[in-house]
Design a protein around this ligand. Sequence first.
Ligand code: 13P
Length: 341
Amino acid sequence: MSERLEDIAAAMVADGKGLLAADESSGTIKKRFDVIGVESTADSRRDYREMMFRASDAMTKYISGVILYDETIHQKAADGTPLVDIIKASGAIPGIKVDAGAKPLAGFPGDTITEGLDGLRERLADYYKLGARFAKWRAVIDIDVAKGVPSATSIGSNAHALARYAALCQEAGIVPIVEPEVLMDGAHDIDTCYEISKTTLTKLYTELYAARVVLEGTILKPNMVLAGKKSGKVSSPDEVAGKTIKLFRETVPAAIGGIAFLSGGQTDEQATANLNAINAIGPHPWKLTFSYGRALQAAPQKAWSGKAANVAAAQAAFAHRAHMNHLAALGQWQPTLEQAA
Ligand code: 13P
């Protein structure tokens, strides 16, 4: 495969393909395993992820790349094959989460700053040797308007960190996924999400320009524009699509390599329906696909429930969600296809 950053980025958003975000930290995967009654150990985490990476139907047809956690990029399958080699054999590109998580921002209660820049140059060189050709850094922007969250300081600090991370990635020959996630957890309405996402993306691209990041060799991983979960409202796919595309046309340069959404706590079907509606109102200046964690994995996790006997059923559940999102990335999904499954 070509090693030019813009070619790697283009392959990540190839027609109808998207990313599997399997980079849950040990703390997050434990929470997911708690729900299905599985103890989180190095082996159970390996077995679970191996199950997905060996789902060859899903992986070869619908998945362009996999975002891994540090533990996973070093792990071997039960038969001794490095998990990275299984991913590569399917034609997908291995990627790596390199941030060290969102920590409270001193002086700004309710805001966070994502850490992990110290030593990043050296870690990226190691990850490159292990096969990673793209990376992910997630900034977290919560919304609580009454409390003044997010502050301009939080948005500015996170955008600056994303730009420093992106420049280091490109120096190492790795495509940076820049993820400024405006959370959907709050009680805000859809227009508040739009406004805060607009401020965040505007600041992000100002910082990326200032850091001399080559936009063609980057992927944006944004939230969709949605009403907050605690608002009691569920935005319709048409409304989500219209406001999300309006936002991007105002703030996201056409030059970037592509856009791969996070699912952020939407239901599986909402994440698919909204991506589909976004693509259905195209053409757009960018490719728009998925980089889902929960919305790709909730169904296979449940089907698997830690039992080797359930591997085939779990792989089928993963393939189904990947197929639905493949269609959504092409603007060809229909709700009836879900019932047919
Ligand atoms: P969700 O799709 O579960 O939001 O996860 C995507 C991701 O990688 C967040 O950083």
